[in-house]
Design a protein around this ligand. Structure first.
Ligand code: NAD
Ligand code: UDP
Length: 347
């Protein structure tokens, strides 16, 4: 029997970028949350910022520094609380790194998920929302918007871990009675909380476009390197579907609440359905920061394709979810966070 009778949502990876914004939104919507994270790509400071924004006492947000690979440590957390559901963010996520050290990605992402699912079965917790990604789709040379039933296929070990994790969860839902699972396939998350106190804090030189652009804007890096301007797009640079992290956070709360409707296994895209090119993103960020952001054009990055955008219809119609923050808001919020926290959470 758990020590606590109150029902909690377990959030794995809850001190990371998307997890921390979601934890704040969950608390604001009245949910009780427990965060598990091994801090391999984050720190505890976002949790302190969440407490301030949510009006909680300092260090009152339950946090356990646990690696999902360690099932005994994780079991101790399950013993302590009465979990109603799980939102599973914890994963390694750098595509390039996953090509260099694939076993670390398989070990971390797959073992962590297997342990989590084992414990959910052991403790009778049957509802899960999972962080999946647009990377699970097989690339489409014509750049058509991906639907949830588009063909799947990955080109990196990271992407394959996401596909395998989706499959593991789907198979458990099929084998066990009473389970509900929602896979959320995110497109390109960016932006920050509008307070300017929470945002993305890449531990190294950013791999992704927007944190890189924002570090150039503040002068920490010299130029944006635009990876190719000979794509079949309106200005030759790659087009992606950017989504504000607070829209994502809100979508997780909607998904969590849908789990109680017993719909079994479901998959949803989370994106705007619109695409922006690299140059359009640099221009939008230049407007937000009030000066021109310098860039140079480099060769294409291996593995990139022209256009990746989603068809957001299913999330609109079934979840009732639609993005409400536009490109200007993504850039102004990102810039506010960057200016207030030039060194990220390590002030
Ligand atoms: P993040 O790295 O900021 O957050 C992930 C968190 O998980 C980190 O705090 C890290 O310390 C923790 N973690 C990793 N392995 C762990 C383990 N074994 N045990 C406990 N904690 C562990 O990443 P994010 O951008 O917030 O992404 C969250 C999720 O969304 C990930 O699963 C990622 O694959 C997925 N996703 C991210 C993007 C994106 O562009 N950011 C896009 C699509 C999907
Ligand atoms: N990109 C770029 N320079 C960078 C990082 C990314 O030109 O420093 C481009 C990349 O080629 C793609 C888009 O920006 O067209 C988004 O890349 P990101 O890595 O942010 O996300 P992805 O869609 O690849 O997951």
């Amino acid at each position: 029997m758990p020590t606590s009778c109150t029902s909690h949502v377990l959030v794995t990876g809850g001190s990371g970028f998307i997890g921390s914004h979601t934890v704040l939104e969950l608390i604001n919507q009245g949910h009780k949350v427990v965060v598990v994270d091994n801090l391999s790509n984050s720190c505890e400071e976002p949790l302190r910022r969440i407490e301030k924004l949510a009006g909680l006492n300092e260090e009152s947000l339950p946090f356990h520094n646990v690696d999902l690979a360690n099932i005994d440590d994780l079991r101790a957390v399950f013993k302590q609380y009465n979990f109603s559901s799980v939102i599973h963010f914890a994963a390694l996520k750098a595509v390039g790194e996953s090509v260099r050290v694939p076993l670390a990605y398989y070990r971390n992402n797959i073992t962590g998920t297997l342990n989590l699912m084992d414990l959910m079965i052991e403790f009778g917790v049957k509802d899960i929302v999972f962080s999946s990604s647009a990377t699970v789709y097989k690339s489409d040379p014509d750049g058509r918007p991906f639907r949830e039933d588009s063909e799947l296929g990955c080109t990196s070990p990271y992407g394959r871990t996401k596909l395998y994790m989706e499959s593991i969860i789907r198979d458990v839902v099929g084998a066990e009675s009473g389970w509900n699972a929602i896979m959320l396939r995110y497109f390109n998350p960016t932006g920050a909380h509008e307070s300017g106190t929470m945002g993305e804090d890449p531990c190294q030189i950013p791999n992704n476009l927007m944190p890189y652009v924002s570090q150039v804007a503040i002068g920490k890096l010299d130029n944006v390197h635009v990876f190719g301007n000979d794509y079949n797009t309106r200005d030759g640079t790659g087009v992606r579907d950017y989504i504000h992290v607070m829209d994502l956070a809100e979508a997780h709360v909607i998904a969590l609440e849908r789990l109680t409707g017993n719909h079994g296994y479901e998959v949803f895209n989370l994106g705007s359905g619109a695409g922006q090119s690299v140059l359009e993103m640099i221009d939008a960020m230049s407007i937000a920061c009030g000066h021109k952001i310098p860039y140079v054009v480099d060769p294409r990055r291996s593995g990139d394709i022209d256009t990746i955008v989603c068809d957001p219809k299913k999330a609109n119609e079934v979840l009732g979810f639609k993005v409400s923050r536009d490109l200007t808001k993504m850039c102004t919020d990102l810039w506010r966070w960057q200016v207030a926290n030039p060194e990220g959470y390590n002030q």
